[in-house]
Write a protein that binds this ligand. Structure first.
Ligand code: PEP
Ligand code: MN
Length: 341
């Protein structure tokens, strides 16, 4: 349930409503909006009697939240959330491109790619330091050394960096280096990791599990928001199907569905969806056309020598083309701030 306050509600009135909620054994969660404050009622088992709160001073309305995800739901917050990572805005009216190699392999590799993607128009840099690999014999990432290289990339290029956190043991370390923390497809329902991310001050990029329904994905985001971290970005990266013409199947209809259901930004990773370079640009174009707030793309200056995901990594010149075309499509959509379906 959501208690919507009048625009001119006083801090004392807001406090009184919170006290009334907690007195009933529920949790009161203030949700600031553009014009007015709302108070989410959490931890209720079953329906809450609206009349308990309707008569309180400064209360405009009491709205039931029908979805299983509360804080993530557009019922709780009608305006699109814009997540800020340094100077970069993600969501509502912005198109944000994140690019870089699958894995950080060396300082020279990371800096070379970072300079390319920055010149082409990328807003953020990506690169894994701790890599979740299918085979224990594959390159597992540089770990702490990779994080230090990411810090160097940020320093040299000014690009904020996003990198994956794989487990609780390395969370603090990753958090202290990354501007945004990525939770990968394999960890989407790692609930202790989600709870830890909920206590983080860093924005979180939450990838969709490779076999997760959208409800499960949004409930995973709810874990993070429930912990107090409101800065969550959803990332669709393809789901496992029966096909062999691509590594995964990019679920484009997830974008309009999620944008209707949730106020959180949603971006697309066409690289892990496709698994092959020739599909990455067409899937990027369609991602922007369908309403994604941005892209996360793998780029490598020598993909044939990449230590992971070389086959899906774009050459720098292809990334230039991707940025140009994506921007042109975004401009055509003419989406001003506040527009949402
Ligand atoms: C990645 O982005 O580096 C990655 C491992 O992606 P995913 O979790 O989507 O497989
Ligand atoms: Mn990869």
């Amino acid at each position: 349930m959501l208690i919507v306050m009048e625009k001119n509600a006083t801090p004392d009135q807001i406090k009184a409503v919170e006290a009334a909620v907690t007195a009933r054994g529920y949790e009161a969660r203030p949700i600031p909006g553009g014009e007015r404050m709302s108070i989410g009622v959490l931890r209720n088992k079953g329906a809450v009697d609206a009349s308990l709160f309707l008569g309180l001073g400064g209360v405009k309305d009491v709205i039931p939240v029908t979805r299983p995800y509360k804080l993530v739901s557009r019922e709780t917050r009608s305006e699109d959330t814009v997540v800020r990572v340094g100077d970069v805005a993600i969501g509502n009216g912005h198109m944000t491109i994140i690019a870089g190699p699958c894995a950080i392999e060396s300082e020279a590799q990371a800096l070379t790619i970072a300079r390319h993607v920055k010149d082409a128009g990328a807003h953020m840099f990506r690169g894994g330091a701790f890599k979740p690999r299918t085979s224990p014999y594959s390159f597992q990432g540089l770990g702490l050394e990779g994080l230090e290289i990411l810090a160097k990339v940020r320093h040299e290029t000014g690009l904020p960096v996003v990198t994956e956190v794989m487990d609780m043991a390395t969370f603090d370390q990753v958090e202290s280096y990354a501007d945004m923390i990525q939770i990968g497809t394999r960890n989407m329902q790692n609930f202790s990791l989600l709870r830890r991310a909920g206590r983080s001050t860093r924005p979180v990029l939450l990838k969709r599990g490779m076999a997760a329904t959208i409800d499960e994905w949004l409930m995973a985001a709810e874990y993070i928001m429930e912990g107090g971290n409101t800065q969550v970005i959803l990332c669709e990266r393809g789901v496992r199907t029966f096909v062999h013409h691509s590594r995964n199947t990019l679920d484009l209809s997830a974008v309009p569905y999620v944008r209707r259901e949730s106020h959180l930004p949603i971006i697309i990773d066409p690289s892990h969806a496709a698994g092959r370079r020739d599909q990455v640009i067409p899937l990027s174009r369609s991602s922007i056309a369908v309403g994604a707030h941005g892209l996360m793309v793998e780029v490598h200056h020598q993909p044939d020598q990449a230590l992971s995901d070389g086959a899906q990594s774009l050459y720098p010149q292809q990334f230039v083309q991707l940025c140009r075309q994506s921007q042109a499509i975004f401009n055509l959509l003419d989406e001003g701030p506040t527009a949402h379906p």
